[in-house]
Structures are given as structure tokens and as C-alpha cells.
Design a protein around this ligand. Structure first.
Ligand code: URA
Length: 170
């Protein structure tokens, strides 16, 4: 029912052959657990189907270039057509830009509001790697509010306890 789109495979994904296999993936798994879902009950993929080359070493990751995105996008479109999700979640600016086009507003403006991706509801949200860099509870809450909307749209139940996750404690 829910299809998540990230940016591109990195070194861990290259080694394991799985999307979101490193630290950002562990956080994505935690987010899914908080939603009451496991990785096996959603579809997780990336904008790019191979790792952007990082010349001379195997460390680090870089943003996909536009020709790489345009080369890979037909595969992603085919995946989405085959999976027929109820909801698409775009994780981070690259996924949002890749799916919605370059002219769109930035991720901080777009996140939290439904967009239309080829007739499917698409929720832009921050990439889990951003949450690993910015540990503020307020940022976790923003992503969580986006996920609450996604759960509702996909037809999953939301408990009162879940609604309260990551709220500031006063
Ligand atoms: N970040 C992404 O965007 N995708 C992955 O698969 C891993 C990290």
C-alpha cells in the first residue's frame, strides 16, 4: 500500500543489494515500526538504481546528477506501475525533485502536503539521513506527522498513542 522512494544506493546498499541498508535504513525501519508496519509490508526503493560513482574511493555518497535521474526514472515508473501503491512517500529533496520535477518548491515547504504524482497521492517528507544529522524532536515530529497522514491515506489504523509520538513534553 505504501511505496517509499529514497535517493540512491550507497556503499551499504551496494554490498547488500538492498535499499536503505545502512544507518538511514535502520531509522526508516524504526519509523515503520512506530507505524505498526514491518519492512516486508511496504515497498522501499530508490530514484537511482545504481550507486552514483564516487571516483577513486568507495567512501561517501553524492547527489544524483540530472542525467542519472533521467536514465533511471523509467525503471522507477515501471516499479510504481507494477506495485500500484495507494500512497507514494518521497524521502528527501532528490526523490521529490526526481518525481515531481525541478520546478517544485523545496522540501521544507512541500513536506506535509499531498502532491499528485501521475494520479497517485505523494507525500514529501524529510530523508531519514536528515533526522540523523538534526536530532531535534521538532524535526522528528514533522516526519511523524507526515507518516500519520500517510497511514490514514493508506487505510491503516492510527491509535491515540501513535498520535502523540514525538510531541514536546511540557
Ligand atoms: N539513502 C537513500 O536515499 N537510499 C538508500 O537506499 C540508502 C540511503
Amino acid at each position: 500500500k505504501i511505496l517509499f522512494v529514497g535517493e540512491a544506493p550507497g556503499v551499504e546498499e551496494d554490498l547488500s543489494g538492498e535499499p536503505f541498508a545502512g544507518p538511514a535504513g535502520e531509522l526508516l525501519t524504526k519509523i515503520l515500526t512506530a507505524m505498526g508496519l514491518g519492512r516486508e509490508s511496504v515497498f522501499i526503493t530508490n530514484l537511482l538504481k545504481c550507486r552514483p560513482d564516487t571516483p577513486g574511493n568507495s567512501e561517501g555518497n553524492r547527489k544524483p546528477k540530472s542525467d542519472e535521474v533521467s536514465t533511471c526514472i523509467p525503471w522507477l515508473e515501471r516499479q510504481i506501475d507494477l506495485v500500484q501503491p495507494r500512497v507514494v512517500v518521497a524521502l528527501g529533496a532528490s526523490a521529490v525533485e526526481g518525481l515531481l520535477g525541478k520546478g517544485t518548491a523545496g522540501i521544507s515547504q512541500l513536506r506535509g502536503s499531498w502532491q499528485n504524482y501521475r494520479g497517485l497521492p505523494l507525500m514529501p517528507t524529510y530523508h531519514p539521513a536528515y533526522l540523523l544529522r538534526n536530532l531535534a524532536l521538532s524535526e522528528k515530529r514533522k516526519v511523524w506527522e507526515d507518516m500519520l497522514q500517510v497511514m490514514e491515506r493508506a487505510g491503516y489504523p492510527v491509535s491515540t498513542k501513535q498520535r502523540g509520538f514525538f510531541l514536546t513534553k511540557d
